[in-house]
Design a protein around this ligand. Structure first.
Ligand SMILES: [Zn+2]
Length: 1097
């Protein structure tokens, strides 16, 4: 195909008289107008910013429909630009969003395609960024970012070859910038990254100190290979004031008829030159980039080019005439970057990130970290499906034509990464359209999974399918197939390359169910009723009243089926209390099959409890201690704001006890009824790893007891009330889709009203109800090393006409001194300090919103003894405002717009009611000095991100017949070594794309060897060739640029943030060599291979 195009192009080029001769054709840096030494080089960069959905849907933007909402049609932009570029070889244009470019490209005539090829070959049209969309950097996961770049860049590469290679990252609209993204961009081989939006205080400082350009280290563990030149644009991505020559603008054109009374060349040129000169005072080299464009500009490109032609011509004439040392010319981000590079600047460095983003003192763009939580969850599910079908297409050795549906899902996920999609900052109608796109792409792509499952089960691809493999809405505890069948098969796929245990829950009607594994073994299961709060979710369409829960042992890249049948037996006793007693009576039964040594001596469980309470729980044994505890909690509450405002230093150790408590009526009542006190404080959830103390009446967690230590912990729900104003100035700012601006400095607590405790052989849980439409479940599964918090939030009431933002606080006695850690796109962790920024002195008018950071997968706090980590099932906003607390925002419903363009309040409704969200957190308690525990925590992050995917098929097949099927497929030969993750496995023409990742930090033994011949079961890897991260350049043909820096990088930002006195400078990692097909992965390294392979089965 590529050859064919190349031959065709040659003919066309020779035939076209107006085109430069072939020998003169140059693309990339070689096509740049040379910057002149000793003068100010003004790079005029025509561009358009085309959101892949925002106020209109992707298609509405592309076709230019609904122009009453926004006058925007991308097809006209590209048509018009190509026409104008063709007129004059001096003109340049850059294009960014491959989703739109591709939509346009496939609709063009051969003639237009030939012209575009010529423009690209001559560097007149350059691709910048080039991913499917310009992704958000807060809510996105690195796996999806890498995927959407790979997808966009592969289109450019296969169409234009090396001349279609983008060299500059172009993130000019996303609302803050992540460090992991910098690392990813560096890994993909970009030479630089340009940004539009950074915090207004940071920008002011950078302008003052000429540090608008910096060398950003993306990852301390990776070091140099993650460095990327990063420039902040002067005027976001807009033209200088008065110089927007677009049909969307009303600025004056350049009028050069000296006889006209409107003649304005002299004044316009002077104004422009002054602007460019001013700009240059803030940058390090004698190059400035002037962005000439904006949102959906260039629908009539002639307006721009005619005026820019004149501006350039007259400005250069004036410069020549007046002897000004300034030169204007058409340029692109690539050419600007190259000119900066050639000027050899010495750059300042950066090792943190650009979050949170504030555009003025009250506009903290931290609300969007949580906005539209159900869309954020759906996007995460979409990634799970995409990874599954990519893997199964390979493992199943399936037909080539499946690529169509696979590509549809890649495109849909690329769209979802856009900075107005996953962020939740689009109009409601556009949200629905995103969901439509992703839903239908998943539906279509799942056919790949069905084909693969059928092939594995019957050992034959050609046999007609035996099962339907239906998808269910497990997040709403709903599954049509299982709730309407007495016998069904549950098929589970594990997309991770290691064996694991995971809890599976299948919605059913009440009854008795038996669960069988493929080896014929009946496995332990538990029937639990589905709580009211879940059953009442307005979007839920299900009659299921219960769930069958069991623990599945899953193989790496494995498919495993379970046979479940309803059996006729006596009705179980649903009385919780009764079951609880049974549980205690049968506790030996429950623990009998635990192989690992448990910290609980079962026979002496009472003594153990006594022991723990006396020694490790500092409270609650005597009346006085209860009083002190009550007061202690109150002190914590009261000190909240003091700590926030004064950033008061917190002493190490437990908080001081007060002498004379003030008791509420409730507390008095508690004390007057002593036996009840004993009762009410005495209940536990427990498994092999964790024991959780529950306050019986409210169901509240009070402590988490581990084999070697105890932690005070409470799970409390609150809401913030959103500020309301007309946004006429900063004090009148409303909380909205982008902006978080709470009205008060303390949130309103939502007290628990009712509780239930459920215990069985698979799981134990404490359920709590509140009157604020929040339902909580705290849960432990047999054998799993985390505590699960399952929450249903909503409908958020707006009867009082007040918008609300719901949060959870995990309150502990961890002494974190205002320090907390949040992840960067699910990969590295970054240290955060309350009311501080690492690189400048912060003035904070919004002490709540200004301390919020994006949490993609994980947030944690720690002291010497304990690390409390919360893993999220989707992107959320998080912080630690109060000592010992982790706060996460779960859901938002607001009644006002925040005036950043959406023009709608974030008021999501479903079926006429406020949108209800259900989510889960996994809480992990690790010993911060135990590397193995910390590694298990990292592994759990990956396991939570890529959860097993479950399908259900109704069947009339007898159990004995089912047993004859091949119900267990194992894709891997052996578990990948601990610390290694299979990031990508997908078909790549007739080869495979394989990405392996080391997820450990640097240490003496963090380099891991992986034998490529020993990963897969039915795939034999014959040879490989390594590429850059996005698989569009061979690694050995890529040369990384190096830059001089003003200072050396520190070894670790997280360590240096606290100890600026004793900074270790970074040392380069030692090179390691592969040994044939045994490859080595250094700490945090992701390696990408194009692999030649053979199927062996
Ligand atoms: Zn945008």
């Amino acid at each position: 195909m590529t050859m064919f195009i190349a031959v065709l192009l040659l003919c066309v080029t020779l035939a076209q008289g107006s085109v430069l001769r072939e020998t003169e054709e140059k693309c990339g840096y070689e096509s740049c107008t040379q910057a002149k030494e000793g003068v100010l080089n003004v790079h005029i960069v025509p561009h358009t910013h085309d959101d892949v959905g925002w106020l209109k849907t992707v298609d509405q933007y592309y076709f230019g429909s609904r122009n009453n909402i926004q006058l925007a049609g991308v097809q006209y932009i590209l048509d018009s630009v190509v026409k104008e570029l063709w007129q004059d070889p001096k003109r340049r244009f850059m294009y960014v969003e491959t989703a739109f470019f591709w939509k346009w490209w496939v609709r063009q005539s051969d003639d237009t395609k030939h012209k575009v090829h010529a423009l690209v070959r001559q560097g007149r049209l350059q691709f910048v960024g080039g991913a499917w969309s310009m992704n958000d950097e807060a809510a996105t996961h690195y796996q999806s970012t890498v995927d959407q770049f790979t997808w966009g860049l592969s289109k450019l590469n296969e169409t234009f070859g090396p001349c279609g290679l983008p060299r500059v990252g172009w993130q000019i609209d996303p609302f803050g910038h992540s460090r992991e993204f910098a690392s990813v961009v560096a890994g993909m081989g970009y030479d630089g990254l340009l940004l539009g939006r950074i915090d207004f205080q940071d920008k002011a400082r950078r302008l003052r100190s000429r540090s608008m350009e910096t060398l950003w280290r993306g990852d301390d563990e990776l070091g140099k290979p993650s460095d990327i030149f990063t420039g902040v644009l002067y005027n976001t991505y807009s033209p200088p004031p008065g110089f927007c020559f677009d049909v969307l603008c009303t600025d004056e054109p350049i009028i050069d008829d000296p006889d006209s009374p409107l003649y304005n060349v002299d004044s316009r040129v002077s104004t422009f030159l002054e602007y460019a000169t001013n700009q240059s005072k803030h940058y390090l080299t004698n190059n400035v980039v002037v962005t000439m464009g904006g949102d959906f500009t260039y629908q009539d490109a002639a307006m721009w080019y005619q005026n820019l032609d004149k501006l350039i011509e007259y400005a250069n004439l004036k410069a020549a005439k007046d002897g000004l040392k300034i030169k204007l010319f058409y340029s692109t981000p690539d050419c600007y970057l190259k000119a900066v590079k050639d000027a050899k600047p010495t750059l300042p460095t950066k090792q943190d990130d650009f979050f949170p983003y504030a555009s003025d003192p009250t506009a903290f763009w931290t609300g969007y970290f949580t906005s539209r939580p159900t869309t954020k969850y759906f996007e995460r599910e979409g990634n799970g499906y995409l990874q599954m079908v990519k893997q199964l297409q390979v493992l199943g050795g399936l037909e080539e034509h499946n690529r169509f549906v696979l590509n549809e899902l890649k495109s849909a996920m690329g769209v979802m990464q856009h900075h107005d999609a996953i962020t939740g900052t689009e109009k409601q109608a556009v949200t629905h359209d995103y969901e439509r796109i992703l839903h239908s792409a998943i539906e279509d792509a799942v056919i790949i999974a069905r084909q693969a499952f059928n092939k594995f089960i019957q050992r034959d691809a050609l046999k007609p399918p035996m099962f339907s493999f239906d998808r269910c809405r497990f997040n709403e505890s709903s599954c049509h197939t299982s709730e309407t069948s007495d016998t069904f098969v549950v098929t589970v796929y594990n997309p991770l390359a290691w064996n694991l245990k995971e809890a599976i829950k299948i919605p059913v009607l009440d009854g008795n169910y038996e669960v069988y594994a493929p080896n014929g073994e009946k496995i332990e299961s538990q029937l639990i009723d589905i709580p009211e709060a879940v059953r009442n979710i307005p979007t839920r369409q299900s009659n299921a009243t219960h769930e069958v829960a069991f623990i599945a042992y899953l193989h790496g890249l494995g498919v495993k089926s379970f046979y479940i049948k309803k059996v006729k037996k006596m009705k179980r006793d649903l009385n919780n209390k009764k079951r609880e007693n049974d549980y205690y009576a049968n506790i030996n039964e429950y623990f009998k099959d635990i192989k690992e040594k448990s910290y609980i001596d079962i026979k002496n469980i009472e003594e153990f409890e006594k022991d723990v309470l006396e020694e490790k729980v500092p409270i609650l044994n005597t009346d006085t201690e209860i009083l002190e505890n009550v007061q202690m909690l109150r002190d914590t509450e009261n000190s909240r704001f003091g700590m926030l405002v004064k950033n008061m230093e917190v002493k190490k150790g437990r908080m001081e006890k007060s002498h004379y408590p003030v008791m509420s009526e409730e507390e008095m009542r508690m004390l007057s009824d002593e036996p009840a006190i004993v009762e009410r404080f005495d209940d536990y959830l427990e498994n092999e790893h964790i024991k959780v103390r529950i306050e019986k009446t409210t169901g509240e967690v009070t402590h988490v007891i581990l084999p070697d230590r105890t932690l005070n912990m409470k799970v409390k729900m609150y809401y913030w009330t959103g500020c309301v104003g007309d946004n006429s100035n900063t004090t009148e700012r409303s909380s909205g889709a982008y902006i978080f601006r709470p009205k008060t400095t303390t949130p309103i607590e939502i007290p628990y009203t009712h509780s239930d405790i459920i215990k069985g052989p698979v799981l134990q849980e404490a359920r709590t109800t509140t009157d604020g439409n929040v339902f909580n479940t705290i849960r432990l599964y047999k054998g799993l090393n985390f505590l699960e918090h399952d929450f249903v939030v909503g409908p958020i009431s707006i009867d009082d006409k007040v918008g609300k933002e719901y949060i959870v606080r995990y309150k502990s006695n961890v002494v974190n001194n205002g320090i907390f850690y949040t992840d960067s796109n699910g990969r590295q962790m970054l240290k955060r300090k309350l009311n501080e920024r690492p690189q400048w002195n912060l003035t904070l008018e919004e002490p709540i919103a200004g301390n919020y950071y994006p949490v993609t997968n994980k947030i944690y706090i720690e002291d010497d003894q304990n690390r409390l980590a919360v893993l999220t099932d989707r992107a959320e906003g998080g912080t630690s405002l109060v000592e010992g607390d982790i706060e996460l925002m779960l859901h938002r419903r607001l009644l006002h717009d925040d005036a950043f363009g959406v023009g709608e309040a974030l008021n999501e409704v479903a079926n006429g009611k406020g949108l209800v969200m259900r989510g889960r957190h996994r809480i992990m308690l690790s010993n911060p000095t135990d590397n193995n525990e910390l590694l298990q925590e990292r592994k759990q992050v990956l396991q939570f991100h890529l959860q097993p995917i479950v399908f259900v098929s109704s069947t009339t097949m007898e159990y004995k017949d089912w047993l004859t099927l091949n119900n267990c497929f194992v894709g891997i030969q052996t578990d990948l070594p601990l610390g290694v993750h299979l990031l990508t496995l997908e078909p790549w023409a007739d080869k495979l794309l394989l990405r392996l990742e080391n997820y450990m930090d640097r240490s003496a033994n963090s380099t891991v060897e992986v034998d490529l011949t020993k990963i897969f079961n039915i795939i034999t890897i014959k040879s490989f060739k390594e590429t850059t991260l996005a698989a569009n350049q061979w690694l050995d043909s890529y040369n990384k640029w190096t830059w001089e820096t003003q200072n050396e990088f520190t070894e670790s930002f997280n360590k240096a943030y606290d100890n600026f006195g004793e900074i270790n400078t970074a040392t380069d990692d030692v090179d390691v060599n592969d040994d044939g097909l045994k490859i080595k992965l250094k700490a945090k390294q992701i390696r990408t291979f194009i692999v030649d392979y053979e199927m062996t089965e």
